[in-house]
Design a protein. Structure first.
Length: 255
């Protein structure tokens, strides 16, 4: 959260950028439209500062404002930027394989990338089952409580260092791994077998397996996951799904 209108520091220009990004993130995390007071509350900025930044982003097309309600939502400029980023990172070619994986497994499939200590959902294919668990594109989850996040930690050159660099391992459920030692043991297991598991660590009753996707230099650039309710995701079924998951992750990785 941004400190409420703290005095400028020596990071010339960086504070304004941080505030603008915080405002944009606040607009993005709301499903519908959001008012300036809510944006101010979410970012820790004053209403006047939030309004000024919103107006600047409206002018640039990053944010749009409803003329009647005067509330805000994401703007069309982001669509063009997002599509160019999707093509540049190769995510546009990955979606058909994720759809095929979802069809074969019958479960929801995600692709995510790491942003700091969080995992950002970039692509999502929903299960055809009425009972399913969905994570919309744009959702963020803590790395330590995510199968994809743990798969990326396992794929790091030095997993122990990657785990140690995480911030506080916040408990989300009673199963969340909240100590670096416990998380590293889980990550080491994932590294040995090639896939990671989230066993109700973020949402009770949901089990997820994840595997890393690698770029041209061999570094992990993203991760994919298959997830579903625990009633369908038995240990035996997870072992079966792991083969499909790894095959897809390998196919998505750049040779």
């Amino acid at each position: 959260m941004v400190d409420r209108d703290r005095p400028p520091d020596r990071r010339t220009g960086s504070q304004s950028v941080e505030r603008a990004l915080a405002v944009l993130a606040a607009v993005a995390e709301v499903d519908g439209d959001v008012g300036v007071t809510d944006v101010a509350s979410r970012t820790g900025l004053s209403v006047s500062t939030a309004h000024r930044l919103l107006r600047a982003m409206v002018d640039a097309g990053f944010v749009a404002q409803e003329p009647v309600t005067e509330r805000y939502h994401l703007g069309s400029t982001l669509v063009a930027i997002g599509r160019r980023a999707e093509a540049r990172l190769g995510f546009d070619r990955m979606l058909p394989r994720l759809e095929a994986l979802a069809a074969r497994t019958g479960e929801s499939v995600n692709l995510g990338t790491r942003v700091g200590d969080e995992l950002l959902i970039v692509l999502h294919v929903a299960s055809s089952h009425p009972l399913r668990f969905d994570q919309p594109v744009g959702s963020r989850v803590p790395v330590h409580a995510s199968a994809m996040g743990k798969a990326l930690l396992a794929a790091a050159p030095d997993p122990a260092r990657a785990v140690a660099a995480l911030g506080r391992l916040r408990p989300l459920t009673g199963a969340t791994l909240t100590t670096p030692e416990g998380l590293l043991r889980d990550v080491d297991t994932a590294r040995r077998r090639g896939w990671a598991i989230n066993d109700g660590e973020r949402d009770p009753g949901v089990r997820t397996i994840g595997a890393a996707v690698r770029g041209p230099d061999g570094d992990a650039i993203a991760a994919i996951a298959v997830q579903g309710p625990a009633v369908r995701m038995s240990d035996d079924r997870l072992a079966e799904l792991a083969g499909e998951l790894i095959a897809t992750a390998t196919a998505l990785s750049t040779p």
